[in-house]
Design a protein around this ligand. Structure first.
Ligand code: ATP
Ligand code: MG
Length: 567
C-alpha cells in the first residue's frame, strides 16, 4: 500500500493476517480440531502508547473479537532500566479508552521470570546454552556481518556442569553487571545473524517495577517473548516487520524447550504517519526536552494526546481499520486521521456557537435589558440530538473576519449596508463601523428586523450569508488553543538527520478572550462539540471554573478559503 490518496483506496486495504487466521480456523474445523484464536498486545512499559500501538491494539483485539477468541494485555517488562509503573498504568488506561477489554487476561513477562530461568537451565543441561565472558563489544565483533560468518567465542565449549554453576552464580549476584551473559548455542555461521548464539540473559542491577531487587539477571526480549506466548496459549503472535528475522529464533526456542503450546509469529508493516514521529525514543525526547507539555500534549501522536485533543476513540479505531494491514512499509497522511475524525464528529458532535476573534455588535433598535432565549438545533444531521436555548441580547459578538468594510464580490457576510442572518436569531443590517484613533474597527452598529425571528423573513426575502454570534452579556470568556502539525517536514529529520530541526514553531496558537455560548461552561471533559463554522473543540483538563480552556480537535474545511483559491 502506498500513501493512501483517497478514502476509497484506503477502504480497499485488506488485512492479510485475518486471511491467515480464517484459513487456520477453516482447516482446523475440517480436521475436527478445536481451535481458539488467542492474540496479545505486548507493550514495553517504557513510554505512553502512540498511534502505531493503536494499530497493533485494533489488530490484535479486533482479530480476537472477529474469531470469538480473546486478546491478552501483556507487559513486556524485561528491561528494568527504562520501565516504570507510571507507564504501566497509562497504557492500561489508554487501551481501555480505545474501547478494548482484556478481561482477566492481564500478564507481565516478569511473572514468568522463574519459569524462564528454569528453561534457561534446561538449555544449559542439554548443551544448547553457555555462559560467555566476552564483553558486549567483543560479542558484536565475533558475531560477524551479513557477508562474513561469525567466529565462536573461546567459551563456547564449556561443559554443561560448568555453565550451570556459572549461570547460578550470575543469578546470585557474584559477577558485575556486564561481566557475563548466557547465550544460546545455535550456529555462528548462520546466514541469519539472530541465530549466531543470541544472548538470553544479561546481568543488570536495576530495581524492577514489579520484581524489585529479586533478580539481577534479566532475560532478553527474544528469550522472553515467544515463551510468554506459549505460557499464555497465544495462537497467533503478531508483531511488526523488524522481528521477521527473529522468527527462526522464536521457533528454535519453542522447538527446544518443553513449552506448553506452539504459538506462531506473524509480521506486518508498522504504521508511519506524515509530519509526526511514532517512536517512543523520539517521543521521550520531545517530553524530556520540554518541546511539548507532556506525553498527553494534544500535538503528540499519542493516544493520551489524541484523547486530550478531543479525538474520539471511535475515530482512531476507524482509522486503524481503514489503513489495512500489509507487509509493505507505508506512510499514511496525518490528514487521514483528521478526515476520520471529522467524518465521525460530523454526525456525533453537538453544535455550539463560539466566537474566536470577537468583534462587538450593538443592535441599536433591539430593546435594552436581558434579551430573550432563542432555540438552536444541536445537530442538523441528527434530529434526535434535539435543541437547546441560547440567550440573545442587544450587544453580541461576531467573528471579526465576518465583517469587511469593502467586501469583494464573493464575500456574502457583513459589510456596510449589508444584511446577513444571525444563526438561529434574526436578520441584521450593518449601519456603521466604529473605529479607534488608529483606524481599527472596534465595534459595529446594526439594526435588526424583528419579523425575522428564528432566521426567516415572512416576506420571503433572502440573505446570502449566515454568521454565528454570542450574546455579549452572557458569553463565557475562554482561552482556545489551536494546533497545527508538530513538524513542518513530512518525514521529520529526513534532511538534517535530527528530527528536532523540523519542529514546527507554529504548532500551537493560544487565543484568549474568545466568547462562547454560556452553556459550554457545563461541557463534560472528553466531549467534543462543533463550534459552528469553526471546527471541533473540547474542554481541556487545564480548565478552571474561572478560566476555561478549549482545544481545537480539528478544523472544518473552509469553503471560503477554497473559493478564494479558485478565484
Ligand atoms: P517504539 O519503537 O515506538 O518504542 P516498540 O515496537 O518498541 O515501538 P512496544 O511497546 O515494544 O513498542 O510495542 C508493542 C506492540 O506495538 C508491538 O507488537 C509492536 O510491534 C507494536 N507497534 C509499535 N509501534 C508500531 C507501529 N508504528 N505500527 C504498528 N505497530 C506498532
Ligand atoms: Mg520496543
Amino acid at each position: 500500500m502506498g500513501t493512501p490518496e483517497t478514502d476509497t483506496e484506503i477502504e480497499a486495504a485488506g488485512n492479510f493476517i485475518r486471511d491467515i487466521i480464517a484459513d487456520d480456523v477453516a482447516r482446523a474445523r475440517d480436521e475436527g480440531r478445536a481451535v481458539e484464536v488467542v492474540t496479545r498486545f505486548p507493550p514495553e512499559p517504557n513510554g505512553y502508547l502512540h498511534l502505531g500501538h493503536a494499530k497493533s491494539i485494533c489488530l490484535n483485539f479486533g482479530l480476537a473479537a472477529d474469531f470469538s477468541g480473546r486478546c491478552h494485555l501483556r507487559f513486556d517488562d524485561t528491561n528494568p532500566a527504562k520501565e516504570e509503573m507510571e507507564f504501566v498504568d497509562a497504557i492500561q488506561e489508554d487501551v481501555r479508552w480505545l474501547g478494548f477489554d482484556w478481561g482477566d487476561h492481564l500478564y507481565f513477562a516478569s511473572d514468568n521470570f522463574q519459569q524462564l530461568y528454569d528453561w534457561a537451565e534446561h538449555l544449559i543441561e542439554n548443551g544448547t546454552a553457555y555462559v560467555d565472558d566476552l564483553s558486549a563489544d567483543e560479542i558484536r565483533e565475533y558475531r560477524g556481518t551479513l557477508t562474513e560468518p561469525g567466529k565462536p567465542s573461546p567459551h563456547r565449549d564449556r561443559d554443561p556442569q560448568e555453565n550451570l554453576a556459572l549461570f547460578r552464580r550470575m543469578r546470585t549476584g557474584e559477577f558485575d553487571d556486564g561481566a557475563k551473559v548466557l547465550r544460546a548455542k545455535i550456529d555462528m555461521a548462520s546466514g541469519n545473524i539472530n541465530m549466531r548464539d543470541p544472548v538470553l540473559y544479561r546481568i543488570l542491577r536495576a530495581e524492577h517495577p514489579r520484581t524489585g531487587n529479586a533478580w539481577c539477571i534479566y532475560p532478553t526480549y527474544d528469550f522472553a517473548h515467544g515463551q510468554s506466548d506459549a505460557i499464555e496459549g497465544i495462537s497467533h503472535s503478531i508483531c511488526t516487520l523488524e522481528f521477521e528475522d527473529h522468527r527462526p529464533l522464536y521457533d528454535w526456542f519453542i522447538d527446544n524447550l518443553p513449552v506448553p503450546a506452539t504459538p506462531h509469529q506473524y509480521e506486518f508493516a508498522r504504521l508511519n504517519l506524515t509530519n509526526t514521529v511514532l517512536s517512543k525514543r523520539r517521543l521521550t525526547q520531545l517530553v524530556d526536552g520540554g518541546h511539548v507539555s507532556g506525553w498527553n500534549d494534544p500535538r503528540m501522536a499519542t493516544i493520551s494526546g489524541f484523547r486530550r485533543r478531543g479525538i474520539p476513540a471511535a475515530a482512531i479505531r476507524d482509522f486503524c481499520n481503514r489503513i489495512g494491514v500489509t507487509k509493505a512499509a507505508s506512510t499514511v497522511e496525518a490528514a487521514f486521521l483528521d478526515s476520520c475524525t471529522r467524518e465521525l464528529l460530523n454526525t456525533s458532535a453537538e453544535r455550539r456557537l463560539g466566537v474566536l476573534d470577537p468583534l462587538k455588535v450593538v443592535i441599536e433598535n433591539y430593546p435594552d435589558g436581558d434579551g430573550e432565549q432563542l432555540t438552536a438545533i444541536n445537530n442538523p444531521n441528527d434530529e434526535a440530538q434535539g435543541t437547546r436555548t441560547v440567550p440573545f441580547s442587544r450587544e453580541i459578538y461576531i467573528e471579526r473576519s465576518d465583517f469587511m468594510e469593502e467586501p469583494p464580490k464573493k464575500f456574502f457576510r457583513l459589510g456596510p449596508g449589508r444584511e446577513v442572518r444571525l444563526r438561529f436569531a434574526y436578520f441584521i443590517t450593518c449601519t456603521d463601523a466604529i473605529k479607534d484613533a488608529d483606524g481599527n474597527i472596534t465595534e459595529l452598529r446594526c439594526t435588526y428586523d424583528p419579523e425575522t425571528r428564528g432566521g426567516n423573513a415572512p416576506d420571503g426575502r433572502k440573505v446570502k450569508g449566515t454568521i454565528h454570534w454570542v450574546s455579549a452579556a452572557h458569553a463565557l470568556t475562554a482561552e482556545v488553543r489551536l494546533y497545527e502539525p508538530l513538524f513542518t517536514a513530512t518525514e521529520p529529520g529526513s534532511i538534517s538527520g535530527d528530527f528536532l530541526d523540523d519542529l514546527n514553531p507554529e504548532s500551537l496558537t493560544v487565543l484568549t478572550g474568545c466568547k462562547l455560548e454560556p452553556g459550554l461552561a457545563d461541557l463534560a471533559l472528553g466531549e467534543t462539540v462543533q463550534f459552528e463554522r469553526q471546527g471541533y473543540f473540547c474542554l481541556d483538563a487545564d480548565s478552571t471554573p474561572d478560566a476555561p480552556v478549549f482545544n481545537r480537535t480539528v478544523g472544518l474545511r473552509d469553503s471560503w478559503a477554497k473559493e478564494q483559491m479558485k478565484g
